[in-house]
Write a protein that binds this ligand. Structure first.
Ligand code: HAM
Length: 423
C-alpha cells in the first residue's frame, strides 16, 4: 500500500494540476459493452460470468467503454469539453509476467468534446509532467507518437480496402512482439502482397514529417521534392496536419527530448481513429508504461452523441518496476512526527496526561504515536524505530523542567529540551 499510495498520490497531484476531475465507475459491466468495440485481443482476455439473472457480465479489462457509457448517460447536461480522470482496478486474463498482471490499477485521463490537438497537447504534457514528478527524466522515457488516421490513409494509398484495415491494424500492433518472420506470414495470410508489406516496413521506418511526405509522394508516384510539397492539400490528404500541429506545440513547450514520432505505434485497441501514443522506458525494453489516443466513434457507437474523445491509460505495474530500477521509490515507512515514550511507565493519571499531550499535538496537525502498553523503555524505543518515528519525546523525564520535554531526533541523535509550543 505504501508503494501504491506513492503512485496514486503522484497521479492525482498531476491530474489536479491540469484541472481534471476524478470519477469512478462499476467494477463489472455487461459483456456486450466490450465485444465488437474494444478489439479481439482484449475480448480474449475478459473475465466474464453469468449472474443469477442470466445476464452475461464481465469484470472491466479497461475503463474507456464505461467512461463513454457514463458520459453518454449524462448527455448534454455535462459541459464540454470535459476533463476527467480515474484510477480503476482492472482485470485481464493475461499470462502473468514482468509488467503484466491479471489484476492491476490503471490511471485514466480523458477529454471529451475537443476536436483539435489542444486535447492531445494537454494529455501528453500531463503524462510528461507526471513522470517527471516521479523523478524520471528524458533519459528514462519517451512518448512515441503516431496516427491511426495517417496509417489508414497510407494503407489506402497502398490499396488496402477499408474493411480489411482493422485486422491489419491488429497484426501491425503485434509486430514488435512476434518478430519479422511471423509478422510477414500473418500479413500474407491477410491477403497483402510482398510489395505492400515492404512498403509498410518503409512507412514504419519514417521518423519525421518530411519522411512521411516523401513516402506518400512516392506511393502517389509523384516525383516532387518533399521540402516543396509541404502544402495544405497533401498534408490534409494523409492526415498530417494534426501531427504537425502537435509537434509544434510540444516543441514550443520544451518537450522536444520527451517525445519521438514512431509510425510503428498502432495500438491494440480497435476504437482509435486519430493520433495515438505510447510511453516507453528507454532502458530495459519493458512494456509500454502508458498508451492512448483519439477515439472519434466510441461514444456514438454506444448510443450517444457524436463526440470526439482523447485519453490514455497508465498502468501501475510497469511504472513501479521502472521507478524501482531507477531507485526512485520512497524508502522506509511514512512514520510519525513524535513517538511519546512513557518513562514513568506506570499507567494511571500520568499516562492520561501523556494522552492529553498527544491529543493537543494532533490537533495542531502533527502525527503522534505511543506504546499502547506502558512497557519497558527499551521496548518503546524499538517500537519508535520500527514505525519510523522522526523524534521521540521522553514523557516524564527528570532532565526536563516542569512543563518542558526532552526530545530526541532519531535521524541526528540530537537531544533537546523543548516547550510544548516549540514541538
Ligand atoms: P492499454 O494499452 O490496453 O490501453 O493499457 C494502457 C496501459 O495499461 C499499458 O500501457 C500498461 O501500462 C497498462 N496495462 C495494460 N494491461 C496490463 C496488465 N495486464 N497488467 C499491468 N498493466 C497493464 C487501454 O486500456 C485504454 N483503455 C487506454 C485509454 C484511455 N485510451 C483512451 N482512454
Amino acid at each position: 500500500m505504501r508503494l501504491q499510495n506513492h503512485l496514486f498520490d503522484g497521479w492525482r497531484a498531476t491530474c489536479r494540476a491540469f484541472g481534471y476531475e476524478e470519477y469512478e465507475g462499476p467494477t463489472f459491466e455487461h459483456l456486450e459493452l466490450y465485444v465488437g468495440k474494444s478489439g479481439e485481443e482484449i475480448v480474449g482476455q475478459l473475465y466474464h460470468f453469468m449472474d443469477k439473472g442470466g445476464r452475461e457480465l464481465a469484470l472491466r479489462p479497461e475503463l474507456t467503454p464505461t467512461f463513454a457509457r457514463m458520459v453518454n448517460q449524462k448527455g448534454s447536461s455535462l459541459r464540454k469539453p470535459l476533463k476527467w480522470f480515474s484510477i480503476p482496478r482492472l482485470f485481464r486474463y493475461e499470462r502473468a509476467q514482468r509488467g503484466r498482471l491479471r489484476e492491476f490499477f490503471q490511471l485514466n485521463m480523458d477529454i471529451v468534446g475537443c476536436d483539435t490537438v489542444a486535447a492531445e497537447v494537454d494529455l501528453i504534457s500531463a503524462v510528461i509532467e507526471m513522470l517527471k514528478g516521479f523523478g524520471l527524466t528524458s533519459n528514462d522515457f519517451a512518448v512515441r507518437i503516431s496516427s491511426r488516421r495517417v496509417l489508414s490513409e497510407m494503407l489506402g494509398l497502398l490499396s488496402v480496402p477499408d474493411e480489411k484495415k482493422p485486422t491489419v491494424y491488429a497484426v501491425l500492433d503485434k509486430r514488435a512482439k512476434i518478430g519479422p518472420i511471423e509478422f510477414n506470414k500473418l500479413l500474407l495470410s491477410e491477403g497483402l502482397n510482398p510489395n505492400q508489406i515492404a512498403e509498410i516496413e518503409a512507412y514504419f521506418g519514417c521518423k519525421t514529417l518530411p519522411d512521411l511526405l516523401e513516402l506518400s509522394h512516392r506511393w502517389l508516384e509523384l516525383d516532387v521534392n518533399p521540402s516543396v510539397i509541404m502544402d495544405a492539400t497533401m498534408k490534409s490528404k494523409i492526415g498530417l496536419f494534426d501531427l504537425s500541429h502537435l509537434v509544434e506545440s510540444l516543441d514550443s513547450l520544451g518537450y522536444k527530448d520527451f517525445y519521438e514520432l514512431d509510425m510503428s505505434i498502432v495500438r491494440g485497441l480497435a476504437y482509435y481513429t486519430g493520433i495515438v501514443f505510447e510511453v516507453f522506458d528507454k532502458g530495459s525494453n519493458m512494456r509500454a508504461i502508458a498508451g492512448g489516443g483519439r477515439y472519434d466513434n466510441l461514444l456514438s457507437k454506444l448510443g450517444g452523441e457524436s463526440l470526439s474523445a482523447v485519453g490514455f491509460g497508465m498502468g501501475d505495474v510497469v511504472l513501479a518496476d521502472l521507478l524501482n530500477e531507477k531507485g526512485l521509490l520512497p524508502q522506509g515507512r511514512p512514520g510519525v512526527d513524535y513517538y511519546l515514550a512513557d518513562l514513568a511507565a506506570q499507567g494511571g493519571l500520568p499516562r492520561l496526561k501523556m494522552l492529553g499531550l498527544a491529543k493537543r499535538l494532533r490537533a495542531r496537525g502533527l502525527s503522534v504515536s505511543y506504546s499502547l502498553k506502558a512497557g519497558k523503555f527499551k521496548k518503546q524505543m524499538e517500537e519508535a524505530n520500527d514505525i519510523g518515528a522522526k523524534a521521540v519525546l521522553f514523557f516524564g523525564s527528570d532532565r526536563a523542567p516542569e512543563g518542558k520535554y526532552e526530545v530526541k531526533n532519531l535521524a541526528s541523535g540530537e537531544q533537546t529540551i523543548l516547550g510544548e509550543e516549540d514541538l
